[in-house]
Design a protein around this ligand. Structure first.
Ligand SMILES: [Zn+2]
Length: 260
């Protein structure tokens, strides 16, 4: 009985402590994040927890981008989502064993034309992108699939919603490749639906281009009128069909741009 009462006391103490902490936390616990910003607009889709994180800086297509500090709520209000590298709890993972990486940028960053690994190493990891094309021909990719890009190392980074290592390993078997996995908010299927609907809006709201922005995990909508009033109208039209605002990036395009 004595033991039980000691346990009760301890529990009461823990409960008290938890309550105190819960009361104390909101005071001054506003979480700050970092966003790249130009004079006029938010330059990228992601906000960062780590101010040194440069993931998606490659997406900036403009000069004079500054890193600013703001609250997570402000960033979200301005259409920024958590960075898949530094603001999600899921850390980028490689499905196999990756050779020691001696470059400044992480291997899973947006890479493009750089191919740091030797041809033999790249062969060893297979070709996830080619396999995905074949995968698509046979059956539609997983509901969790959100896109693929060639990364800094020359291998591939796959975006996955709800990433689990068991799921990534299942893909590794299906794709006969090794690849990096980062977390995405929207699956390709979700974005395809949005893309199809956005195409119907071509010509309205001065929209003149629609694109799939895989690395930023969103649909890019170009309009020659990117005034706040017009952007609000576009968001409202998409919202009426159930599409979330942060799955879309509205940018100012030149009149006469074509769909890409
Ligand atoms: Zn980041």
């Amino acid at each position: 009985m004595r033991v039980v009462s000691e346990v009760k006391k301890l529990l009461a103490f823990v409960l008290c402590l938890v309550t105190l902490l819960a009361c104390a936390l909101p005071v001054g616990a506003e979480s700050y994040v970092y966003v790249r910003h130009t004079e006029k607009y938010w330059a990228e889709p992601y906000y960062h927890r780590n101010p040194a994180c440069a993931f998606s800086a490659e997406l900036d297509m403009c000069e004079s981008v500054k890193l600013i500090k703001c609250s997570a709520a402000t960033a979200q209000k301005n259409n920024c989502r958590p960075c898949p590298i530094c603001a999600y709890s899921f850390k980028p993972m490689f499905t196999g064993s990756f050779p020691k990486w001696k470059y400044k940028t992480p291997a899973y960053y947006l890479g493009g034309e750089r191919h740091w690994l030797s041809a033999s190493k790249l062969n060893k990891f297979g070709n996830a992108a080619r396999m995905i094309e074949q995968w698509r021909e046979k059956r539609s990719p997983s509901d969790y699939y959100a896109g693929v890009y060639r990364n800094d190392s020359g291998t591939y980074t796959l975006l996955m919603t709800h990433p689990l290592s068991s799921r990534a390993n299942g893909w590794k078997r299906a794709l006969k490749s090794d690849f990096w996995v980062i977390e995405a908010k929207y699956s390709e299927k979700q974005l395809n639906k949005l893309y199809a609907y956005a195409q119907k809006l071509m010509g309205k709201y001065k929209i003149n281009s629609i694109g799939m922005d895989v690395t930023a995990n969103r649909v890019a909508v170009g309009t020659s009128d990117n005034s706040t009033a017009n952007m609000k109208k576009i968001y409202a039209a998409l919202k009426a069909k159930g599409f979330p605002q942060d799955a879309v990036w509205i940018y100012k395009s030149q009149p006469g741009s074509t769909e890409f």
